[in-house]
Design a binder for this molecule. Structure first.
Ligand SMILES: Nc1ncnc2c1ncn2[C@@H]1O[C@H](COP(=O)(O)OP(=O)(O)OP(=O)(O)O)[C@@H](O)[C@H]1O
Length: 305
């Protein structure tokens, strides 16, 4: 059996007395999409932050290609092939859309200590071993080549015609595409998506899922934190459910989304018509829709209060 490319063992992080994640184990394999779900505050973003080095765990281990990368800085982990998107998009605001992706390309994947990157099919550019301090690789690839790759990436996410714009001129959906393009610009082997579908209109979700599916076909390993249950059920191979920082269960989407324990932890969370557990900016549930029946999460529909 293939070894996991990214794994967590006993990953724990507290904020004061709050256990944001507690003893989380996961395995992510090349060509797999692992969905991570759970009610607001369950620890999903914290888990991504621990995997990418944006937070240090209080206990536990992060393994990349079997190498211990626990506590490594985010740029080390990014250059070792793990890219992410942020729930709140973070473009470089003083640059064009295209230059945002070029910057990512200049700092792209190098590979973990003692290995080469094994970048996915279709990925381009040089490889390099070691996890030294982050610095641009323009010396290995010309800026023109990096720019060409960036434009290909923008084409792939559907932003080619907006390459010249400033990020502030983008719609919500396009800002999410740029967030994804920046992550892909790193030419990762592992991609962690934090609510990449949030704010998209129903008609925009299908193409986004097609793109995510195409990345899996390229051989990327994807971890997807998402509240849109229909999307989780459509594209994920496995789903991990977090509840109060702990893994409640892991399994295939159909089984997990109809598991009574999983449904129970979502009770009190409102669902919209696409089966999305929604929240307000305060983190509360969306009062415009509510569902508390025992139907599988992916089949839930809005019900007036
Ligand atoms: N930097 C922080 N300082 C203090 N508490 C934090 C911090 N980050 C997260 N928390 C708390 O840790 C818990 C888990 O938060 P986290 O953002 O990981 O949840 P989540 O599952 O991603 O939630 P959501 O679905 O709302 O994004 C929450 O109670 C949150 O308030």
């Amino acid at each position: 059996m293939t070894a996991p490319i990214l794994a967590a063992r006993g990953l724990s992080r507290r904020f004061g007395g709050l256990r944001a994640t507690h003893s989380v184990d996961l395995d992510l394999y090349p060509g797999q999409i692992l969905g991570v779900i759970g009610p607001n505050g369950a620890g999903k973003s914290t888990l991504i932050n621990l995997l990418t080095g944006h937070l240090r765990p209080h206990a536990g281990t992060v393994l990349l290609d079997g190498h211990d990368v626990t506590g490594k800085r985010p740029w080390h982990i990014a250059q070792a092939g793990v890219a992410r998107t942020f729930q709140i998009v973070k473009p470089f605001r003083g640059m064009t859309v295209a230059d945002n992706v070029v910057v990512a390309g200049l700092y792209g994947a190098r590979g973990p200590a003692g290995t080469t990157t094994g970048a996915p099919a279709g990925a381009v550019g040089g490889r390099r071993s070691g996890t030294g301090a982050a610095r641009p690789r323009a010396g290995r690839r010309t800026l023109a080549a990096v720019r060409r790759d960036a434009l290909e990436t923008l084409e792939r996410v559907g932003l080619a015609d907006k390459a010249h714009l400033a990020p502030a001129e983008l719609s919500v959906a396009d800002a999410r595409r740029l967030e994804l393009a920046k992550a892909l610009g790193l030419r990762p082997r592992v991609l962690l998506l934090d609510e990449v579908l949030a704010g998209l209109r129903p008609g925009e979700i299908g193409p986004a899922l097609e793109l995510i599916g195409s990345l899996r076909r390229d051989g990327l390993a994807l971890l997807m934190v998402e509240h849109v249950m229909s999307a989780i059920s459509a594209v994920c191979d496995q789903v991990l459910v977090l509840h109060q920082g702990e893994v409640l269960t892991t399994g295939e989407p159909t089984a997990v989304l109809s598991d009574q324990r999983v449904i129970a932890v979502y009770l009190g969370t409102r669902f919209n018509q696409s089966g999305s557990a929604r929240r307000t900016p305060r983190g509360d549930s969306d009062p415009s829709s509510e569902q508390s029946g025992p139907a599988p999460l992916a089949e839930r529909e809005e019900e007036p209060r």
